[in-house]
Design a protein around this ligand. Sequence first.
Ligand SMILES: [Zn+2]
Length: 213
Amino acid sequence: MRAATAHHTTEEPMDNRQVTTGTPCRIQRRRTKGWRAPADAVYVGRGTKWGNPCTQIRTPALDGTEWERESRLGKTSGQHHGYRHPDGHTTSHLILDATPEQAVAMYRQWIAQRPSLAAAAREHLAGRDLMCWCPPPQPGQPDHCHAAVLLEIANPPAAPAEESTVGPRCGNNPNVTLTDGDRQAVEDFKAYLARRRAGGPPERDPFNTEPTR
Ligand SMILES: [Zn+2]
């Protein structure tokens, strides 16, 4: 994952409003007096549909693995809670507030199960800077903020390079190995263009396969 802030530059013009340029990035929203959100940045924290609802874990997970998302609301971090299974037996789990890493890992899974929300992110958040309260990552470290996941979803990488470099079979495409026949056709066409430039008598375009009338 790219460091969301690494490619980003900001300037502070006279009115103290940050101007953002280049790759969309994740911005820390601040309550500092005088701080104003950059133009066009979108707040994606709690209270919006983009907020991360994955805030707590239970450990162990119901299947016995280390931990999983606790989706029951109103639990208190540090307390044990019983989970009543469909077959009637109950297991005890420690509820903990998720670490930033866990919260982002859970969000990645959560939004992957919600394709319509991911589609909405591509539609509404593409090219926009995203704001959350999380502190920015240290240089070179991953951004443990769900907004980094939203940035990835909203700005998918361009189509793989090989698709655009294969291209058509033509003499100008370095990725195509021409046959002798191809080369002859290219030479014929160059000669035709040269004769036309020289202003010779009109002749039929050899590459026009329409029957002459
Ligand atoms: Zn965040």
